[in-house]
Write a protein that binds this ligand. Structure first.
Ligand code: SF4
Length: 426
């Protein structure tokens, strides 16, 4: 959105600076997130009374009508319109906001807070998990045409990005005619300027088998999968309305790890879902201990009005949720350290995010371990092969790896590192 404003001739300023238009790109995933979005809108109005305050994104979809007549939010703009705000402003207030310098169909090069380019290829979801507001906020699954995605990827690589992250609300539901997610990844992979591809979260029962197969053979697709588990108890999974049971989950992960022994594996867990008792929580603990997760994202269940789970009996006390969260966070840290230790003495591919004044580079391995690199003249977005000397186990480090550069050949490093891993694994 910021890039579209800039392409239209506007200057963007940090939040809190007096300005003509303030856009709050809000979140609605929890009641708290929605409240924070409205709080930000109020702050923007207080900064300058005649600022036009726009609430964009999911809260505009869920709160739109209820904000009619609100003195803080002047406009709500949902998912469909949020990338054409300058055009809309000119249509609504032609005397206040000039015609944009670019036409509506001009694709601006997006800006990112990271050296990796996020490409949204899909939105919406029709899975209707009991705790989730996304189907209400984002509507039915919609995918961008494959050709349009490839055009955007070409644009970001021309701007210097080497890694692209394909994202979506339910990425595995990507569909453009006969093309599914694996076809899209193959298309992106065929672009010579793309050096690394990463996938955001992938739901089991969507495209995981084709993706795992492709990932195990690809020289550009990072060997990292984030597959939300949410609970390790079949009764709770059924109450959540999830479409798999623990057996299916276990089988999929086992198949992935057989094909990719060094796979980075992330997941999301909700603790304290209504009806979760000590036994069902213990089932979750056991499944997490059994499977080779390298990243655990643990969330306490948070009631969200407008979802089925909000009215379920058996709501769990906050103190119990906190305890369970603590237990899983500790297990997650141990598993991450053990995963990082497996790489000591081995080569990994690292994309450099930033370089310190002392020349140390910081970035991410293909398996999504934070990496600290020395030994060469490094620059952001460069991809290098690093030999891992040790695990970075400083408190709060998240257990990354550190080491020194062994090869600065851009473009060949994911392949080179993987070939090295394969040899060492043998
Ligand atoms: S699959 Fe994900 S986005 Fe879709 S309803 Fe379930 S939790 Fe929400």
């Amino acid at each position: 959105m910021a890039a579209r404003f800039e392409a239209a001739g506007y200057a963007t300023v940090p939040f809190g600076t007096p300005c003509d238009v303030a856009v709050i790109h809000g979140c609605t995933i929890t009641g708290k997130a929605e409240h924070s979005s409205l709080y930000a809108a109020r702050q923007a109005k207080r900064t300058r009374a005649d600022t036009l305050v726009i609430l964009a994104g999911c809260p505009a979809e869920t709160l739109g009508e209820t904000l009619r007549g609100d003195t803080t939010v002047d406009l709500t703009i949902g998912q469909a319109g949020k990338f054409a705000i300058p055009e809309l402003l000119h249509r609504l207030y032609p005397h206040r906001f000039p015609a944009p310098a670019t036409s509506e169909d001009t694709v601006s090069t997006p800006r990112f807070d990271t050296q990796r380019a996020l490409i949204k290829v899909q939105d919406g979801c029709d899975f209707h998990c009991a705790y989730c507001i996304v189907p209400t906020a984002r509507g039915l699954p919609q995918s961008r045409p494959l050709a349009e995605v490839l055009a955007e990827v070409k644009k970001v690589t021309a701007a210097g990005f080497r890694e692209v992250i394909l994202t979506g609300a339910n990425l595995g539901r990507y569909e453009d005619g006969p093309h599914r997610l694996a076809d899209l990844v193959r298309g992106v992979e065929s672009l010579p300027a793309v050096e690394r591809i990463r996938l955001s979260s992938l739901e089991i029962t969507t495209a995981e088998e084709a993706v795992i197969d492709l990932m195990s053979r690809s020289t550009k697709l990072c060997q990292f999968l984030h597959i939300p588990l949410q609970s390790g108890d079949d009764g709770i999974l059924a109450a959540m309305g999830r479409r798999y049971n623990t057996d299916t989950f276990r089988r999929t992960v086992t198949m992935a790890v057989e094909k990719m022994p060094f796979l980075g594996l992330g997941t999301d867990i909700i603790v304290g879902f209504p009806g979760e008792n000590d036994r069902s929580f213990e089932n979750t603990v056991q499944l997490i201990r059994d499977l080779p997760f390298s990243n655990l994202h643990v969330f306490p269940y948070s009631r969200r009005s407008g979802t089925r789970a909000d009215t379920l009996p058996g709501q769990v006390q906050e103190s119990v949720k906190k305890e369970r969260l603590h237990t899983l966070v500790e297990i997650g840290e141990t598993k991450r350290r053990l995963f990082a230790e497996r790489f000591v003495g081995r080569p990994v591919s690292v994309l450099i995010e930033r370089v310190d004044t002392n020349g140390t580079g910081h970035g991410w391995t293909g398996e999504y371990l934070e990496a600290h690199v020395t030994g060469a003249s490094l620059s952001p977005r460069q991809i290098v092969t690093m030999k891992v000397d040790e695990v970075d186990s400083r408190k709060g480090s998240g257990f990354g790896v550190q080491g020194s550069v062994t090869s600065p050949f851009p473009g060949r490093d994911l392949h080179a590192a993987r070939a090295g891993l394969g040899r060492l694994a043998d």
